[in-house]
Design a protein around this ligand. Sequence first.
Ligand code: PA5
Length: 358
Amino acid sequence: MSHEDLTRHYRVDTGKMLDLVINLPDQIEETWRAMKTFKPPAMKGTAPLIVCGMGGSAIGGMLLRDLIQHDARVPIYLESTYALPAFADRSTPVICVSYSGNTAEVLGCFQNALMRKCPTIVVTSGGALADEADLAGVRVIRVPAGMPPRAALGALFTPLLGLVSKWGIYPVADEEIALAIRKSRKIAEKYSLSGDPVDSRALQLAKRIYGKTVFIYGGDGLLRAAAYRWKCQFNENAKSMAFANTFPELGHNEIMGWDCPERLRGDFFLIVLRDAEDHPRVQRGLEAVFRMVEPLASGSVLIESEGDKGRGGRLARLLSCILLGDFTSVYLAVEYGKDPTPIEKIDRIKEELKMEDA
Ligand code: PA5
């Protein structure tokens, strides 16, 4: 890409979101290394593991669930409200994730966890959550501050992976991480602006999506939360409307929505994410959905996760889809002339609620 193109990009992307996206493999590598010396409290039994978080701090838990759900010896329960579920007690491990450490929902769950004496760990860059955890003697995994939470995905997700591995819920080998990092670095280089723009699938996809409302469909398996991550990144980075859903459930309802009047679906764009190890019926179902919707949508693309088959390649395949979505959302933001970093309406909602609390 030419010097002028790069200047044009960073004139809009003043927060350098693109650099943070490129940095994902490095974040994972550094955090995995840091987790080596972290000693979590012992965990016995088969109580569900509760992971609390909102928005950019919740996605790590969702990705963890998708990655390990079929092999983990305990279920992962995701909490995104102000309180823990009724079953949480002193045998239920709780991980409270909040990048800023000031998110009311997570602080509420943390207080609940203390009251119910749940074995608790906090993942944060600071804020009230770190202070309260320090005060209560709860172990804190501190992540580097100064990023938008959604750009700290590697720093927030990797501790979860480290913890489930240390607890024996889902052992993760160093080689698995190393393979995923290697693969992600190659992909990040491919999608970055360092090469010929024609070769950047993310840049080309952003141009195709421009002006469209995006629907992202994933299989209910490895890529369920990946589809949701795409949606959230389109919302927050590109300030554009996007929706995500999963097959098979969408085959029982949402598929009918594509029969809506043409003037409505005229700007709908379909993205299907597929993984080679999705259930065979899910794979066939997603293909059928794609075939049916393609002539109705104003554009469509079928994306296969990239990487080795089997458990060892699972993380790499998941990250390959995350990276494509993250890059595409940043390029789409620039196409729209929107700085990917500010999230003014989210900040305003938090401020208004805080004022009412006071
Ligand atoms: O992307 C964002 O900034 C948001 O989705 C935040 O992650 C969300 O509001 C929660 O804040 P925090 O991640 O600081 O707990």
